[in-house]
Ligand binder design. Sequence first.
Ligand SMILES: *Cc1c(COP(=O)(O)O)cnc(C)c1O
Length: 397
Amino acid sequence: MNANARQILRGRHFFANPGPTNIPDAVLRAIDRPTIDFNDAEFLPVYSAVFEGIKRIVGTSQNLFMYTGSGHAAWEATLTNLLSPGDAVLMVESGYFSESWGKMAAAHGLDVRTVATDWRQGADMAQLRAALDADHARAIKAVCVVHNETATGMMLPLPEVRAALDATRHPALLLVDTISSLGSLAFRMDAWGIDAAVGGSQKGLMNPAGLSFTAVSEKAMAAHEKAKLGRFYFDWTVMLNRSPHKSFVGTVPVNAFYGLDAAIKMIEEEGLENVVARHHRLAEGVRRAVAVWAGNHGPQLFCANPSRVSDSVTAVRMPEGFDAEVLRAAVRGRFNVSLGGGLGPLAGQVFRIGHMGDLNEPMVLGVLAAVEMALRQGRVPHGRGGVEAAMAYFSGD
Ligand SMILES: *Cc1c(COP(=O)(O)O)cnc(C)c1O
């Protein structure tokens, strides 16, 4: 036997990254079909069904624009369609993803202001209110919020953000990144007074990366008419003039639509509220396990604000002196389980368990067991019995 041979791992690869996510068999089968013309009469009903389905999941009866591109494309489309050079935007800092969206805004010549935040506690709404109140000139044209910060495992209460805008009578648009919350956490665009909701295909919507979109309020469409940032591929006006699609500039990714159509049917067959409840249940099981591991100075939840823990991803902070990347490599190499790593300044300190999309209790328990075994093998201090605690929770003990 060649001792250097890479170990062949059999059995199912357990994919527990917080995006992309597992693609259900029904979606894989729906995508696997021969090419047809995107103007073909056979395709147009699927195109419309996906538009209507996404709007129902987003909770809007307003506008929707879709792009071929990952979530970053929708970030860029949203900024460039709504803003003009030099406009101020207020970024509510949450972590790596709010920082990245802010860098993109700065690259487009926007004046990026930030509500600075402790990443473990999350944004202080009083501070947000104060920043809006202090903007007497009403220079801030948009408030940008990441609903679910995938890097830290924290969810922000959007109704409280809306309330801060209302309390200060600030007219800024409210732009929200729902990429890792849509189809996993409760989100209602129209009811919550959101002006633009950015989403992507490869997280709660259980599809490959490559499709993203923005749902847009009428108020935001009025702002779009005056917005002067450069754009073409992402221009909503160009899209609206495109018949019959009224979205996309260029080839429409037909197969991706069949995949999304299948995913929307799955979500609606289960019921959106039940999908959200399932995500909460699975997330709570993960948190019960982490709470046990945290004993004996072990790994602990990165999110230190219990009212904001995310139901789609859990970030776990390693004890001082232990490298999260070593643990991740062990989990992947020995047990064929893929976890998310720490992003930006959290690299090496944090590993992330994704629990969004097509997932059930045994899948979550498998991932937790792999992590707990790797903690033992790596001699990382931890409380024993995390998996047991998750099983007790899942079985209603
Ligand atoms: C994944 C993610 C993104 C980036 O999306 P890509 O599809 O990787 O471009 C943006 N925001 C959040 C909150 C995400 O989770």
